[in-house]
Design a protein around this ligand. Sequence first.
Ligand code: BYC
Length: 330
Amino acid sequence: MYTQGLDQAGKSGTARSAEETPERLEAFQARIDAEEKIEAKDWMPEAYRRTLVRQISQHAHSEIIGMQPEGNWLTRAPTLKRKAILLAKVQDEAGHGLYLYGAAETLGVSRDRMVADLLSGKAKYSSIFNYPTLTWADIGAIGWLVDGAAIMNQIPLCRCSYGPYSRAMIRICKEESFHQRQGYEIMLTLCRGTGEQKAMAQDALNRFWWPSLMMFGPSDATSTHSAQSMQWKIKRFSNDELRRKFIDVTVPQAEFLGLTVPDDKLHFNRATGHYEHSDIDWQEFYEVISGNGPCNRQRMAKRRKAHDDGAWVRAAAQAHAAKQAARAAA
Ligand code: BYC
């Protein structure tokens, strides 16, 4: 597509690194420290650019793959109204993916490259989307917990040092708030319904609680990118800080629903003002992010098929663009 040539700009990073003199790096960090936004045409260290391409493209892939677990319930939503709301939410996720691919393209990487990296398994997407959606209550739990975790992680990204990413995040966060509320409202309806409906809501919480905590990434002690990303103000809070904030706001919401968080050791520590919780099963997290979660293979097979099925649309768009260019030249 039209950004293909931009991949070349990425390769020139090796040449650019010669420009990375201590003075330039210091001046760049001073701009970050002064809370100036870095824009697409500004000079930036190659490692900053690569970190952003990695994070933004993985974020975009998560939005696109994230359509699958919810899309699974579009044809089985309990009412027409629920179906219309879910359809709008899934379409929002597609839109988020597109703004994010657009933000990443400003860094000189083409969409084709990013998509190729997803399809080859080189690029990651969020671990959470490798879990199945077994009941309608899972749609409630995803909105409440997964979008809730996403908001906690993404509100600080609205203040990310890279301008195009920070601006894309403002609209995304507004839409995520609606998603979170629709999920909580599904949970509330189920919890105020029959015993069977409440049990279904509890089962969804049991299955989605721990994977939602894993969305924030590995513990600070093992996070490879956090220190540098925080210095560059790409990340404003560490993985553990955001996870803790999420637990602190979500446990009272579970109590309001009359549900039990599936953690025997969970308790409020009055001295710190935070909840204490059991250890996270990091082995499960690493299994999932290395491709061995319950649905990794299914998600990727579906994405590859959708990509192949869409080949004719890409070919038609290119043929149309070529015709228009030829007409303009004539
Ligand atoms: N899943 O050094 P770390 C959504 C990887 S979409 C998979 O802490 P970083 C939604 C990490 O990439 C939600 N991989 O990394 C959509 C790195 O591996 P690489 C997505 C994970 O980047 C539809 C390695 O582990 N949100 O909300 O400093 C419907 C070491 O980690 C995960 C975003 O993408 C994970 N959970 O911090 C509903 C937000 N965690 O790349 C909702 C933007 C870590 O070296 N991203 N890894 O191979 C971020 O804020 C950061 O990238 C993270 C990780 C906090 C996720």
